[in-house]
Design a binder for this molecule. Structure first.
Ligand code: DQA
Length: 150
């Protein structure tokens, strides 16, 4: 059966393309998702995507991941990275392999962005490569799932 990857994007990422392009680049979220879906298909995965500005909706979607047959998660929790115990607990609760993604290099920005509540519940973090961060995350997750299945 085709493995399923859930791509989750948090608050304000629907504004990519117009939002602080000097930090986040000019690609739109639909463009990033379409590219990633193609890339996932080439690697033999199905990609499901979900964006919300609401913390509760993101927690709900992660909570549904097991019953909806998701094998792994790519997540850009956006600002909730730095604040959300609820998202961290949701990732811990489903215990699926997850890769955290950031377009910008959160280690090189304001101090408050250096703390990630969610990263500890992920297998790794990719940060700072713009839209390419998502593709690198997909590669990392695909290899992780392949080696876990061996
Ligand atoms: C972000 C970095 C976060 O600090 C910020 O709040 C975002 C986007 C990124 O992709 O670089 O909204 O997650």
């Amino acid at each position: 059966m085709t493995k399923k990857i859930l791509l989750i994007n948090g608050p304000n990422l629907q504004l990519l393309g117009v939002r602080e392009p000097e930090i986040y680049g000019v690609e739109t979220l639909p463009g990033i998702v379409a590219d990633l879906r193609k890339e996932a298909a080439l690697l033999g995965f199905e990609l499901e995507d979900f964006q919300s500005n609401s913390e509760g909706a993101l927690v709900d979607r992660i909570g549904e991941a097991l019953s909806s047959g998701v094998d792994g998660i790519i997540i850009n929790p956006a600002a909730y990275t730095h604040t959300s115990v609820a998202l961290r607990d949701a990732l811990a609760a489903v215990a699926l392999p997850a890769v955290e993604v950031h377009l910008s290099n959160i280690a090189g920005r304001e101090d408050f962005r250096r703390r990630s509540y969610t990263a500890e519940k992920c297998i790794g973090v990719i940060s700072g490569f713009g839209a390419l961060s998502y593709k690198l995350a997909l590669r990392a997750l695909a290899e992780h799932l392949a080696s876990a299945g061996k």
